[in-house]
Each structure stands twice: as structure tokens, then as C-alpha cells.
Design a protein around this ligand. Structure first.
Ligand code: ADP
Ligand code: MG
Length: 637
């Protein structure tokens, strides 16, 4: 097996997996223990060695201060937006955290950002794949929930980079699940993907037309899943034990922690047994030589879990409503997540969507399998998959803040990506030289209720009366769902050259530093690897450019733009074979910047062809400046 196999990775809240394409079918790669699922748990042992997966799980009980789990919930999020989350976690955070900073979690002697923790899980999957192939694995497709925002996607990519993986594409989990079932082979239809995992519930509705997947609606509950069932069963057991045996294990958590952990293990086993048996037995040894025993018949279990699984109904109905569909209009239903093995859940889904769901593939593997299919497509693929194009959707609206602290949406939620849209704005006061652009994500009317993604200033606008400047703000979301925003005052040609740095994302420098200090990498030569990765990236962009030059879009560029691109292309070709990483990096960035408009023009054509000429967003059409609709927070010079 060659080392250029691109693997597909499901980086889950509870469990993670790696898969690859074996011939025409995707296959999960097992770990050293022979198990496919790698629990997303990271721990430090007595010698400060990192332990990941099943082996790390026992530390959650024995030395909880040396173990971290469910870190996916914290990816790309700031200290202030995870207060609710933190209440539920035993994690210790770094003491010196300031608002707006990347979160750091205490683990043993040092602190780690969420991407670094996720990178350790990814490293484990990478190693499993390398052992399996007997060759290095450096490229991957990683899945993310459809609702992940820009910062969360960036954080996932950062995790990949820190783990030494070149993340070729982020794919939405429901899209991956549909791919695993080969639903692209149908010509048309609507697919509902119902994903009930360990701690999260997601419902996604995808539209399939001529082999193209388009996510048309997403909804869910970030705190609903198998864990809730486990906790309910534990609570019942603890009540029983107190009532029948006179033992209150809720008191003195430190001393009784181990007994509660044994109860947890027993109830999970019982829950899993009840997915295939009519009854299950709970048996747990307790402190003081006591023993807890109880029989749970399936019928009783189903009654107990009913309120939990019923909580998935609301989000499903909302998603249908957002998609403008009736249950009868759903053609296929795909089950994802370990908790959909519960027969009662399957019946609920069947009744809800009036359709028997697909259950042939293991629901906890299906996302990784689909990621492997996507990886194969990107790698040139087999004949079967070569023609497939994936479209995903933005889960939340994107916009900017305008006068009065109001959010003005530029790209609406549930828009298909890749997407681009343009809006025009003007100034609020006479002679305004600087315009503050505040990029927001969310549905709320007021900017302060939305999530702040980035801020930048368009500076040096020549003095003009208020309302005169014509400011074009362009949003561009690439196929990974990552956003780029640009602003240009058209009368003066003033442009803001910005890099959208999502709040709570890591800067390139930070990621670089993590790469360098990552203890796990001591034996590797970072510079060399960076140079290799940069060269690969250079090749990708040069190949894309060669294609671009042959496209009609090339002729749409100005002479000057074409000259500029040609010059930068030459310098990249020259830098690429040298040993100076910063020179290659700088040339790539410059060429990327210079070819942005070419890429946009090409993408506009590609997307409109894909959608059969349907204008994807009417905001792309020319529109005059909006009177009285100025950009807010103007600054005087
Ligand atoms: P995630 O997507 O959150 O990483 P998974 O899809 O791996 O999670 O689902 C994990 C959950 O599925 C856990 O709560 C686990 O107990 C549950 N689960 C796994 N197998 C079964 C089964 N046979 N019956 C019921 N629940 C199951
Ligand atoms: Mg999952």
C-alpha cells in the first residue's frame, strides 16, 4: 500500500475512527487492540506519557485531573461562550485565560488548547493507519458537524496540522453518511440523516440532484445522546441502592467514585444488550461487600428512555419546516450514531419520516466510511466516484454589523457552499475615512447577540459626503465552509486586504508554535516536513492556476491582474525547490491572494453550472448603495 493513501477520519465527540477505500468499498482501520472505535479520550499516565482511546478511559475514573474527553465541544470556542459547557465538565482550565483567547485545558503539568487535544486523538488514528499500511500517512479528509461555524472548522483543520496531517477537505458528517450509502447513485431525492451519538443529536436534510449533495437544512441538540440514557439509568440505580441497601453513593463522591464508575459500566452494557435482547441484568459489587442486582426488561427500558428520545422530534420537525418539506417528501432516511442501534429509536425515526431507515452499515462507522469515499474522490478516485461533486450548506447566516448595532445578513443560513455573495454599503457621516467591518455569524437581529467572527478596517477612503462612498463587501465561502471577507470602496478603489481571523481560532503562528513544541514530535524534523507540505501546497496551487489560465475566467481579468499573477507564479516556481520555508510560504500566500478573483470567477461558473444555470444568490446581482444603510461604528480620522 502506497503512502499517498488519503484516509477519511470521523473525529467524534465520543468516538473517533479512521477509514480508507479498499477497492470500491470503504473499510474502517482497526487499532492495535483490534477495535474500530477509538474513544476520544486523552490521558497522561504516571510517566507523563500520552495515552489515547480505550486505554485512556480508566484514567477518567482513577485520575480525572489527568484525562480529557468530549473536547470536540470546546473546539474553536472562547472562554465566554462555553460557560454552560464548563459547568458539565470536570476540566480544569488554565488560570490566566482572558476573554477572546483560545481556551486552554489543564492536563497534568501543562495546558493544552482543544486543537492540541484533538491532535493527539488524530495522531493515534494516523498511527493506526500507518501500522496498517506499513507506510506513512500524511493526508486526510476529516468530518465535522454540519452546524460547525467557521472558528470550529478552523480549529479542526488546526488539529489536523498539529497532528502532522494535511487536511485536504472538511466534510459535513451527514454528507459523509449519505456518501457511505452510495446515495449519490440515485439521480434525485431528499435524504434525511438522523444522528444520535453519545452526547449530541443532529438532524440534516440533504437534497440530491444529479449526483450532487446539497444540505438544505440542519438542526439538533448539542446535549442529547446516549450519555443521557446512561445518566438516567445510573440515577435509577443510585436511588434503588439508597432505598434497598441503605447506601447513599451520591454522598462523598471522591470515595464512592469508583463504585459509581462500575455502575456506569454496567448500565452501558445493559443498554447495549437491550438493543438485541428482550431483557438485561444489572449486577454491581458495592462497597461494604454489598451487591446491587436488577433485571431490566426491554419494555421498562423503552418507557424510561421515551422522554429522552422524544426530544429528537422537535429538531426534526424544525428541520423539515426549514427545508419546506413534509415527511412524505423524504425519500431516504440514514441512521448515524451508536444510539440509533436502539430499536425504539429506529421506530421513532420510521414513524417520523414515514420511511424505513437505512441500517445496513454500522451507524457508528458510517461517517468515517463516507469520509473515506470523499478522500478517494479527492485522490483522483475510482471511476465510480470521480464524477461526484459535493455541496454543503452554511448552518448559520453570515453578515456584518451596520449602524445601530444591527446585523445585516450577507449569506443566509442554509445557503449552499461554495458560495459567494456581495452587498453594497455606504458611510454614515461626512468625510468618513475609515469603515469598520465586523463580520458576524448568527440569526439574531442585533450584532451583540451574534457570534463575532472577525473585525477589520477599510482605511483611507477619500473624504466624501455621507452616503457617497460605494462599499462593496464580498463574502466567499470555500468548499470547506471556511469564510473569506473582502471590502472595497469602488469610487476610490480602496481595498481592505484582510485575513479573516476567527475569534478563538489559533493564529498561524500559534499553530506553528504548537507544531514545534508538541512533545510528541520530538523525533521529527519539523522544518523538513513544513517544507514538504508547503511544496505540496505550491504544486496544488500551480496546477489549479494552469487550469485557471485555460478557463474563460482568465480573460475576464485585467491585463495588470494577469501580469501580477504571472510574476508571482514565477517566484513561487523559483522558491518551491529551495530550502527556505518562509520564502515558499510567502510566495504561496501572495499567489493565493493574487488569484483570488480568478478563483471566484471560476467558482461562480462552476457553481452556476452545477446548479444548472440557476442564479445561486440574487445578492450577486448589481444593486445600488443602500441609502441610510451605512456600516456602523464609523471612525473619524
Ligand atoms: P459520537 O458521534 O458522539 O462520537 P457514537 O456515534 O460513537 O458517538 O455513539 C456513541 C454512543 O452510542 C454511546 O452513548 C454508546 O453507548 C451508544 N451505543 C453504542 N452501541 C450501542 C447499542 N448497541 N445500543 C445502544 N447504544 C449504543
Ligand atoms: Mg458521530
Amino acid at each position: 500500500m502506497s503512502s499517498d493513501t488519503i484516509v477519511g477520519i470521523d473525529l467524534g465527540t465520543t468516538n473517533s475512527l479512521v477509514a480508507y477505500m479498499q477497492g470500491d468499498s470503504p473499510v474502517v482501520i482497526p487499532g492495535e487492540d483490534g477495535l474500530n472505535l477509538v474513544p476520544s479520550v486523552v490521558a497522561l499516565d504516571e510517566n507523563n506519557q500520552v495515552i489515547v482511546g480505550n486505554a485512556a478511559r480508566r484514567y477518567l475514573i482513577e485520575t480525572p485531573e489527568r484525562a480529557v474527553y468530549s473536547v470536540k465541544r470546546l473546539m474553536g470556542r472562547g472562554v465566554e461562550d462555553i460557560q454552560d459547557e464548563l459547568k458539565l465538565f470536570p476540566f480544569q482550565l488554565a488560570a490566566d485565560l482572558h476573554p477572546g483567547e483560545v481556551l486552554r485545558i489543564k492536563l497534568g503539568e501543562r495546558t493544552y488548547t482543544p486543537p492540541e487535544i484533538s491532535a493527539l486523538v488524530l495522531r493515534q488514528l494516523k498511527r493506526n493507519a500507518e501500522r496498517f499500511f506499513g507506510a506513512p500517512v500524511t493526508q486526510a479528509v476529516i468530518t465535522v458537524p454540519a452546524y460547525f461555524n467557521d472558528a470550529q472548522r478552523q480549529a479542526t483543520k488546526d488539529a489536523g496540522r498539529i497532528a502532522g496531517l494535511n487536511v485536504l477537505r472538511l466534510v459535513n458528517e451527514p454528507t459523509a453518511a449519505s456518501l457511505a450509502y452510495g446515495l449519490d447513485k440515485k439521480t434525485n431525492g431528499i435524504v434525511a440523516v438522523y444522528d444520535l451519538g453519545g452526547g449530541t443529536f443532529d438532524i440534516s436534510i440533504l437534497k440530491l440532484h444529479d449526483g450532487i449533495f446539497e444540505v438544505i437544512a440542519t438542526n439538533g441538540d448539542t446535549h442529547l445522546g446516549g450519555d443521557d440514557i446512561d445518566n438516567l439509568l445510573i440515577a435509577i440505580a443510585l436511588d434503588d441502592i439508597r432505598g434497598d441497601l441503605g447506601l447513599d453513593l451520591r454522598k462523598d463522591a471522591r470515595r464512592n467514585g469508583e463504585a459509581v464508575a462500575r455502575i456506569r459500566k454496567a448500565v452501558i452494557e445493559a443498554k447495549i444488550a437491550l438493543s438485541s435482547q428482550p431483557t438485561a441484568k444489572l449486577e454491581v459489587d458495592l462497597p461494604g461487600g454489598k451487591k446491587y442486582q436488577r433485571e431490566i426488561p426491554l419494555e421498562m427500558f423503552e418507557q424510561m428512555v421515551q422522554p429522552i428520545i422524544d426530544r429528537t422530534v422537535g429538531p426534526c420537525k424544525q428541520a423539515l419546516k426549514d427545508a419546506g418539506l413534509k415527511p412524505e417528501q423524504i425519500d431516504e432516511v440514514v441512521l448515524v450514531g451508536g444510539s440509533t442501534r436502539i430499536p425504539k429509536v429506529r421506530r421513532l425515526v420510521r414513524d417520523l419520516f414515514k420511511r424505513v431507515p437505512h441500517t445496513d452499515l454500522n451507524p457508528d462507522e458510517v461517517v468515517a466510511l463516507g469520509a473515506a469515499v470523499q478522500a478517494n474522490i479527492l485522490g483522483g478516485g475510482s471511476d465510480i466516484t470521480k464524477e461526484m461533486l459535493l455541496l454543503d450548506v452554511t448552518p448559520l447566516s453570515l453578515g456584518i454589523e451596520v449602524a445601530g448595532g444591527v446585523t445585516d445578513k450577507v449569506i443566509l443560513r442554509n445557503s449552499t457552499v461554495p458560495a459567494s455573495a456581495t452587498q453594497y454599503y455606504t458611510t454614515q457621516v461626512d468625510g468618513q475615512a475609515n469603515v469598520a467591518i465586523h463580520v458576524l455569524q448568527g440569526e439574531r437581529e442585533l450584532a451583540r447577540d451574534c457570534r463575532s467572527l472577525a473585525r477589520f478596517d477599510l482605511k483611507g477612503v477619500p473624504p466624501m459626503p455621507a452616503g457617497m462612498p460605494r462599499i462593496e463587501v464580498k463574502f466567499l465561502i470555500d468548499a470547506n465552509g471556511i469564510l473569506r471577507v473582502s471590502a472595497r470602496e469602488q469610487r476610490s478603489g480602496k481595498e481592505a486586504q484582510i485575513d479573516v481571523q476567527p475569534s478563538y481560532g489559533l493564529t498561524d503562528e500559534q499553530v506553528e508554535n504548537m507544531l514545534l513544541e508538541s512533545f510528541d514530535f520530538a523525533e521529527e524534523d519539523f522544518r523538513q516536513r513544513q517544507i514538504i507540505e508547503a511544496r505540496r501546497e505550491a504544486d496544488t496551487i500551480l496546477t489549479a492556476l494552469a487550469k485557471g489560465k485555460k478557463s474563460p475566467a482568465w480573460q475576464d481579468l485585467t491585463d495588470e491582474e494577469r501580469r501580477n499573477v504571472a510574476t508571482l507564479e514565477k517566484s513561487l516556481v523559483a522558491a518551491k525547490d529551495g530550502e527556505d520555508y518562509h520564502a515558499i510560504r510567502g510566495s504561496i500566500d501572495a499567489l493565493n491572494e493574487a488569484t483570488m478573483r480568478l478563483a471566484e470567477l471560476m467558482m461562480d461558473t462552476a457553481v452556476s453550472t452545477a446548479l444548472k444555470g440557476k442564479a445561486m444568490d440574487d445578492t450577486d446581482l448589481e444593486e445600488g448603495p443602500r441609502a441610510g444603510h451605512p456600516v456602523a461604528k464609523a471612525e473619524f480620522e
